[in-house]
Design a protein around this ligand. Structure first.
Ligand SMILES: C[S@@+](CC[C@H](N)C(=O)[O-])C[C@H]1O[C@@H](n2cnc3c(N)ncnc32)[C@H](O)[C@@H]1O
Length: 270
C-alpha cells in the first residue's frame, strides 16, 4: 500500500461524505448498524469510522445508556463525522490507529469497522487489537470490498484514468479498497489473530447516482485516488475526471446511472 492511500484529508472528507457515501457506503452502513444493534450491545467501538455513515445509522439503534466510542486514523474525517452528528452524550470521538488502540483489554461488547481493514498495513495486527479490546463473547463486525471487477464504477474509473497516465496508471482503487477480497486469506488472517468463529456473507448492492459526472467526481476527487493523480500532475485532475465521466456515461448512459457493487461482510468471535 502506498503512504498516500491512507491520507483522507484536505478536500477529501467533504467530497467523500457528500458524493462517495451516498454512492456506495450508505447501503452497507444500514446493514452493519442492524448487525451490530441486533445483540443490544452496552459498549461499541467503531474503528476507521471515516465521515460517520455507520455512526449516524447505528447511534439511534443503541440503548440510552450505551457507550459508543468512534475512532479513525485521520482527525479530519472524524471532525467531519462529528460535525454531522447531533449532540449525543453516549458518543466519544477519538483519533486512533486501529493497529494500536488506546483502550484497555476486554472493554467493548462489539468492535465494528466498515471498509477500513483494507487500509491496515498489517491486518493480523489490526484484528489482534480488535480481539484484545473485546470482552469474552464479544463480536468483531467488519466489511471489505470484493474484487474491483465486481464493482462496476470503480473498475470503469480505474480504466479511464489509466488513459491519462498510460505509462504510470494510478492503481489506488484496485490496490487498496479492492485489494483485500480473498475469503480464504481473510479467514486465515482472523484465525492468526485468534478468532475461532468466522462468518462471511458476500452482499451485492446497486449503487445509484444522478449522473456519470457525480460518480467520476466522487472517485477521482473524494478518495485518495486524488492524491495519486495530483502526485503525477495536479493540472490533470479535471481531465482525469472528464475521462472517467465519459467512460461511465458510455457504459451506463446519460442521466441517472446505476452500477453493481459487491462486498464481504464478516462477523468474527471466539
Ligand atoms: C473507505 S474509508 C471508510 C470510512 C467509513 N467506515 C465508511 O464506511 O464510510 C476508510 C477509512 O479508514 C481510515 N483509516 C485508514 N487507515 C486506518 C488505520 N490504520 N486505523 C484507523 N483508521 C484508518 C481512513 O482515515 C478512512 O476514514
Amino acid at each position: 500500500m502506498a503512504e498516500s492511500d491512507k491520507v483522507f484529508a484536505g478536500s477529501i472528507p467533504k467530497f467523500y461524505d457528500t458524493l462517495m457515501v451516498p454512492l456506495i457506503f450508505e447501503a452497507y452502513a444500514v446493514n452493519m448498524a442492524e448487525l451490530v444493534a441486533a445483540t443490544s450491545p452496552g459498549s461499541v467501538l467503531e474503528t476507521a469510522a471515516g465521515s460517520g455513515v455507520v455512526t449516524r445509522a447505528l447511534a439511534p439503534k443503541l440503548s440510552a445508556d450505551a457507550r459508543y466510542v468512534v475512532t479513525d486514523l485521520n482527525q479530519s474525517m472524524l471532525d467531519y463525522a462529528a460535525s454531522r452528528q447531533g449532540a449525543d452524550s453516549r458518543i466519544e470521538w477519538r483519533q486512533a490507529d486501529a493497529l494500536a488502540l488506546p483502550f484497555e483489554d476486554a472493554s467493548f461488547d462489539i468492535v465494528c469497522c466498515q471498509f477500513g481493514a483494507m487500509f491496515f498495513p498489517d491486518r493480523v495486527a489490526g484484528y489482534t487489537e480488535a480481539r484484545r479490546v473485546l470482552r469474552p463473547g464479544g463480536r468483531f463486525v467488519f466489511s471489505v470490498w470484493d474484487r474491483i471487477e465486481e464493482n462496476a464504477f470503480a473498475d470503469d474509473v480505474t480504466n479511464a484514468v489509466a488513459t491519462v497516465f498510460p505509462h504510470d496508471p494510478p492503481r489506488f482503487l484496485a490496490r487498496t479498497p479492492h485489494g483485500y477480497h480473498d475469503i480464504a486469506l481473510i479467514r486465515a488472517d482472523l484465525s492468526r489473530a485468534g478468532f475461532a468463529a468466522i462468518e462471511i456473507e458476500t452482499r451485492e448492492e446497486l449503487s445509484h447516482a444522478p449522473s456519470a459526472r457525480d460518480v467520476a467526481t466522487a472517485y477521482c476527487q473524494g478518495t485518495p485516488l486524488r492524491n495519486e493523480i495530483e502526485a503525477r500532475d495536479a493540472s490533470l485532475l479535471q481531465l482525469a475526471t472528464d475521462r472517467a465521466t465519459q467512460a461511465i456515461a458510455s457504459r451506463h448512459g446519460q442521466g441517472p446511472v446505476a452500477g453493481k457493487i459487491q462486498a464481504h461482510v464478516i462477523v468474527a468471535a471466539g
